[in-house]
Design a protein around this ligand. Structure first.
Ligand SMILES: [Zn+2]
Length: 329
């Protein structure tokens, strides 16, 4: 279930939140002018839910904070079930940072209970409803990090939450958040010019689930997911046939798979199109709800979005053919 109640609950939690566990206090007096913590001194322990959120915390907290990410790279946050060990990790956190907007569906209960004892900040809470994409039932599409301009506005939420946990470095966190937001705006410009190189009639992104709607809105691509905005809803044969029609009728050269979602539906879609004589390829693997692991060249949001855009540009600008365009992410 989504967590509509949690968002408002959590907003209230941010005010009285300075509950520091013994030994995890701010490293005020042991920080160099550059803001780096001295080795051996305990740092605030920040637990992030997803790899995307962990990246945001690292960008702003730098090495003043220790970031523990609950979900490993490649894990699907919609279906992620917390383990007993996660409960311990959360209980030991000085601050928990979540993405929000019902992304972390099955963590909602545990975060709600935790909220009485530990500060919880929700990145997407910075965004007003009018800037979000409604998905029905009063809910909004949670995949806001695909629009770097939107995500840049989530940075201050994290900066303020860190400032409450570690007040001595409040200004450092605010400055880092502002610098990071600026970088995201620069990234936005670069991505925009790359997408503009795709012929307009090919700016259609077909993927495994509906994660890319903010991305499509930001850069002028039509986006279609085989599954809905949550991987928790199963795609039926009718959905796949509808997409086969789309791919064949629009003559799309490529469709895409995602690192955190099964390839099954997209593969069925390709087979359906081929059965009708249209050669469509798997254009490559996109990072959707998870960043890449070490060595993936997609460990940060900036790197993952850049990589995604290069994959999309390559896939949609190649001539239609039988070969699979790229392999692993
Ligand atoms: Zn998703």
């Amino acid at each position: 279930m989504p967590w509509p109640g949690l968002a408002s609950q959590v907003a209230g939690m941010l005010t009285p939140l300075v509950v520091l566990a013994a030994g995890c206090g701010p490293a005020t007096s042991v920080v160099s002018p550059a803001g780096s913590a001295v080795a051996g001194i305990s740092r605030p322990r920040i637990v992030a839910t997803t790899t995307v959120v962990a990246d945001l915390v690292r960008q702003i907290g730098g090495d003043r904070v220790a970031v523990d990410c609950l979900m490993a790279p490649g894990i699907d946050p919609h279906s992620y079930k917390p383990t007993p060990r996660d409960a311990d990790r959360l209980a030991g956190a000085d601050l928990v940072v979540a993405s929000g907007l019902h992304l972390e569906g099955k963590l909602a209960g545990i975060l709600e209970r935790l909220g009485d004892r530990r500060p919880v900040a929700i990145a997407a809470e910075a965004l007003p409803a009018e800037d979000l994409i409604a998905v029905g039932g009063g809910l909004h599409d949670p995949h806001v990090w695909f629009d770097p301009k939107l995500w840049s506005r989530c940075a201050p939420v994290v900066a303020e939450a860190l400032a409450r946990v570690d007040p001595a470095a409040a200004e450092t966190y605010r400055e880092r958040a502002a610098a990071y937001a600026t970088r995201l705006l620069e990234l936005d410009e670069r991505l925009r010019s790359r997408i503009a190189s795709i012929p307009p009639d090919r700016r259609v992104l077909v993927t495994a689930h509906d994660a890319f709607r903010y991305f499509g809105r930001a850069y002028g691509l039509e986006v279609v997911g085989v599954q809905g905005t949550s991987t928790e809803s199963e795609a039926g044969l009718a959905d796949i046939n509808r997409l086969v029609d789309l791919v064949v009728n629009r003559g799309l050269p490529a469709v895409f798979i995602e690192t955190s979602v099964s390839n099954r539906n997209v593969t069925a879609l390709c087979e359906g199109a081929r059965a009708r004589g249209h050669q469509v390829v798997l254009g490559g693997t996109l990072h959707s709800d998870s960043l890449g692991g070490p060595g993936s060249n997609a460990e940060t949001l900036e790197a993952a979005l850049t990589r995604n855009v290069e994959t999309i540009v390559a896939g949609l600008t190649v001539a239609t053919g039988l070969e699979e365009a790229t392999g692993e992410p």
